[in-house]
Design a protein around this ligand. Structure first.
Ligand code: MG
Ligand code: ZN
Length: 225
């Protein structure tokens, strides 16, 4: 019984990988670098994107994943970027993550020929988004200092599968008991040597470094034919 359940889960992930590869081929064909941007709810993903994408030296589009509503997409559309809303309650059972099939359904709405970088803001959740590749080049996650220093130990897969960890709300450090050294020690335990940046959407600290990093992903994609 249990074994059968495990088998079904493996088949579902295999199917996801097949669709993710198809997404990847579409992105590559258009020379678009793709970032899967993840965090717990309220860690500050949208606010960081507002700051980092304003003034970026790349043509950027955003795919905004939410269970429902378009509040975050509306905020990012104010930057005059192409933003496509993907709601998981519209035909995807209200899932708490994006998977490759959901992203595939949005591809016809994305102006891939006109962008160099696609940022996919995933649904706020530290568990299942880490299990589903969507065809991205890079994964970034945000962990806010308000979340506590044990997060890497509690959600190791998320921290392990990202190539950049943004430690956000760093301006609040002096008001919290958060032990940054302890967090970094835990981070290194689950993902040795992973790149991290101390950042604050509020004060602007670290925003330029994140913007530069995004520009490098935009240039990493194969040149359009
Ligand atoms: Mg958001
Ligand atoms: Zn989920």
């Amino acid at each position: 019984m249990h074994r059968t359940k495990v088998k079904i889960a493996e088949d579902a992930l295999d199917a996801n990988t097949t669709i993710a590869n198809a997404n990847r081929a579409d992105f590559d064909r258009h020379g678009v670098g793709v970032v899967n941007f993840m965090s717990a709810p309220g860690a500050g993903k949208t606010t960081l994107l507002e700051k980092a994408l304003g003034g970026i030296d790349a043509r950027v589009g955003v795919l905004e994943g939410d269970v429902q509503g378009s509040a975050d997409a509306d905020r990012l559309a104010a930057l005059h970027l192409p933003v496509v809303q993907l709601n998981t309650d519209a035909g995807f059972g209200g899932e708490c993550h994006l998977d490759a099939n959901m992203v595939r359904s949005a591809i016809p709405d994305l102006p891939l020929a006109e962008i160099d970088l696609l940022v996919i803001e995933n649904v706020g959740n530290l568990v299942c988004p880490a299990e589903f590749t969507v065809g991205e080049d890079a994964r970034v996650m945000v962990s806010a200092v308000t979340e506590g220093e044990d997060k890497p130990l509690k959600y190791p897969l998320m921290f392990r599968t990202c190539e950049l960890v943004l430690i956000n709300k760093i301006d609040l450090l002096e008001h919290l008991d958060f032990d940054l050294d302890k967090f970094l020690y835990h981070l290194d335990a689950v993902h040795p040597g992973v790149e991290h940046m101390l950042i604050s959407a509020r004060s602007g600290e670290g925003i330029e470094g994140f913007r530069d990093w995004l520009q490098r992903v935009a240039r990493r994609a194969p040149a359009a034919a």
